[in-house]
Design a protein around this ligand. Structure first.
Ligand SMILES: C[S@@+](CC[C@H](N)C(=O)[O-])C[C@H]1O[C@@H](n2cnc3c(N)ncnc32)[C@H](O)[C@@H]1O
Length: 260
C-alpha cells in the first residue's frame, strides 16, 4: 500500500524487526519478559540510526533529492512507484565507495526511480566518468532529471527511458565497470543473464544487485511474488559456476557479483 508523503513504512529486515519488537514490548506488559524484550528491541531499533550516524554524510544535492522524493505524493503516481524505493544515505555511500574502490569510470544503473543511487554513483566518478541510468517510467525519469540539473555531478548521468530489457539490448557494444541492478525483481534473472553474456560488463567489472534480502521474505515469508522472484534469483546466482558472490546485509540486502 502506498504511503502518505513523509510517512514511509519499514521495508528492510532490520526496520521491520524493530517495529515488530516494539509492538511486542507493548504486548508483553506484565509478562515478566519486558526487560529482556526491551533490550532486544533496543538492539534492533538502534542499529540503523547508529550505522547512519557513523557513515560519512551525503551531499546537499542528495539530501535535496531525498527530501523532494519524501515530500512528493506517490499515491497519484503510476504503477508501483512509492517513496520507499529510494535507496538512501548508507546505501548511496556504499555504492560510491565501491565506485571509488574499483576505480569505475563507466557505470550502468538498471532501475533509477528519482535518481538517488545514480547521483550517489555519479558523485564518486572522475570528471570524464558517466552513469547510464535506465528507467521505465517517463514521469519519474523527468523528476530525477530535474534533481540532476541542480548538481554538477548530475551532468554525468545519461537517462534512458523504456523497459530495461530493450535499453540493455540497445547498449550492445558498450562496456561498464560497475553495474547496479535495482529494477523489477521478476526481471533480475534476465538482466543478469544479459549482463553476463553480451559483454556489457568490462573485464574485472562488478555487478551489484539490490533488495536481495527482500524484507526477509525468502526465508521468513510472507509468500509474495517479489519474495519468490528474489529467492529464485539468489538460488540461481548461488548455483552459477560463472560467478562469485557475497550477499551484504546492508539495508534490504545487496549482492556483489563478479565473474570468475
Ligand atoms: C527500487 S526503484 C530504484 C531505486 C533507485 N535505484 C534508488 O536507489 O533510489 C526501481 C525502479 O525500477 C523501475 N523499473 C521497474 N521495472 C522496470 C523495467 N522493466 N525497466 C526499467 N525500469 C524499471 C521502476 O519504475 C522504479 O523506478
Amino acid at each position: 500500500m502506498k504511503t502518505a508523503p513523509g510517512a514511509a513504512r519499514p521495508v528492510t529486515p532490520t526496520s521491520i524487526l524493530a517495529v515488530r519488537l516494539s509492538a511486542l514490548v507493548e504486548r508483553a506488559a506484565g509478562s515478566g519478559l519486558e526487560d529482556e524484550l526491551r533490550a532486544v528491541r533496543d538492539l534492533a531499533v538502534g542499529l540503523d540510526p547508529y550505522v547512519e550516524s557513523m557513515t560519512s554524510p551525503s551531499s546537499e544535492a542528495l539530501d535535496r533529492l531525498a527530501a523532494a522524493t519524501a515530500a512528493h505524493d506517490w499515491r497519484d503516481a503510476s504503477g508501483a512507484l512509492e517513496q520507499e524505493m529510494l535507496s538512501g544515505h548508507v546505501e548511496g555511500r556504499f555504492l560510491a565507495m565501491l565506485a571509488h574502490a574499483t576505480g569505475a569510470r563507466r557505470v550502468l544503473e538498471v532501475g533509477m526511480f528519482t535518481g538517488y543511487s545514480a547521483l550517489a554513483l555519479a558523485e564518486a566518478l572522475p570528471d570524464d566518468g558517466s552513469v547510464v541510468a535506465l528507467e521505465l517510467d517517463a514521469s519519474v525519469a523527468a523528476f530525477a532529471e530535474d534533481q540532476f540539473a541542480g548538481s554538477a555531478a548530475g551532468r554525468r548521468i545519461d537517462v534512458r527511458v523504456g523497459p530495461a530489457a530493450d535499453s540493455l539490448a540497445a547498449l550492445a557494444g558498450d562496456r561498464f565497470d560497475l553495474i547496479f541492478v535495482d529494477a523489477d525483481k521478476a526481471g533480475y534473472a534476465d538482466y543478469l543473464e544479459t549482463i553476463l553474456t553480451t559483454g556489457l560488463l568490462a573485464p574485472g567489472g562488478l555487478i551489484c544487485v539490490d533488495n536481495t534480502l527482500m524484507q526477509g521474505q525468502p526465508w521468513a515469508g510472507p509468500d509474495t511474488a517479489n519474495g519468490r522472484a528474489i529467492a529464485d534469483f539468489n538460488a540461481a546466482v548461488a548455483a552459477d559456476p560463472r560467478v562469485e558472490q557475497v550477499v551484504v546485509p546492508l539495508r534490504d540486502g545487496i549482492t556483489l557479483i563478479r565473474v570468475v
